[in-house]
Design a protein around this ligand. Structure first.
Ligand code: FE
Ligand code: FE
Ligand code: ZN
Length: 279
């Protein structure tokens, strides 16, 4: 494959076919979308005809997997039982909805333990996975690498590994690497991309890496902040992104932009990065 597989977040408010068309308009070959209001709870009803039109459109293009994103309000390891219940319900409902578009990715932030400690947090996250993942599901859920802000779990590869170790169906679980988050977490993807990916391989195994969130960062390495910047306008910088998209361990993966942009900005970033992709 000699074309970079890249897209951005797309609004899901008008349904699946509209998302597919919007992605094509941006020049994308993959995309991400929130399964429901990212800050709320309710999900749009799925219209099977709409999903089928999207699937036909995507098939005609010969495009592959898309990367759904769980709402930010999901937190399986909150100290508050009602938040844990909401998270489990949302997770189950989203997984059921994902099967309308078989074989895709469902990305979620592992969660914040809100004072209960990392070990208990990991136990609760694995608990949610073990209740809701099913051998027959076609969706792969992705744990996102986090910046390690506050009590966030997933700010290190070790923590993600501990979740995988407690999972009963690890084959249904992959990792999504967010470039802003790992940088903010302290991984030097600018000066030592090879070293970071070797560490990933040693701790998690590169076959677990299924997608990349490609974001520049407003803050320095190790800041634990999580503020995304446009590609080339942050502390990671364009030169590092040229290496990231072409790295043998990453270059075939879907790349998702979560940069602060409008349509025009994403169209520009997709074209920009495609221009730096080596044949
Ligand atoms: Fe995310
Ligand atoms: Fe992300
Ligand atoms: Zn982020």
């Amino acid at each position: 494959m000699s074309v970079l597989n890249i897209g951005s977040h797309i609004s899901s408010s008008k349904g699946y076919e509209a998302m597919g068309k919007q992605a094509l308009k941006l020049g994308a070959s993959t995309f991400a979308f929130f399964t429901r209001n990212p800050r709320g709870g309710s999900a749009k009803e799925i219209v099977p005809e709409d999903v089928n039109r999207y699937r036909r459109l995507w098939q005609e293009q010969g495009y592959g997997r898309i990367v759904a994103h769980a709402p930010y309000t999901m937190n399986a390891c909150s100290a508050r039982p009602e938040v844990r219940r909401f998270s489990n319900d949302t997770f189950a409902d989203d997984l059921a909805r994902m099967e309308y578009t078989p074989g895709n990715y469902y990305n979620f932030h592992p969660g914040s333990h809100t004072g209960q400690g990392t070990e208990e947090g990991i136990r609760l996250i694995a608990g949610m996975l073990n209740v809701h993942l099913k051998p027959e599901q076609t969706t792969t859920v992705l744990l996102e690498t986090m910046a390690g802000k506050g009590s966030e779990i997933g700010g290190s590869f070790q923590e993600l590994r501990m979740i995988l170790e407690q999972a009963e169906l690890p084959e249904k679980i992959g990792i999504c690497l967010d470039t802003c988050h790992v940088w903010d977490a302290g991984y030097d993807i600018v000066e030592n991309l090879d070293g970071v990916l070797e560490e990933f391989d040693r701790i998690l195994g590169l076959p677990k890496l299924k997608a990349v969130h490609i974001n520049d960062s407003m803050n320095p390495k190790g800041s634990h902040k999580d503020r995304h910047a446009r590609i080339g306008e942050g502390t990671i910088g364009l030169e590092a992104f040229k290496r990231i998209i072409n790295h043998p361990a990453l270059r075939e993966l879907p790349f998702i932009l979560e940069t602060p942009n409008d349509e025009e900005g994403w169209t520009r970033e997709i074209a920009l990065l495609r221009g730096y992709y080596n044949d």
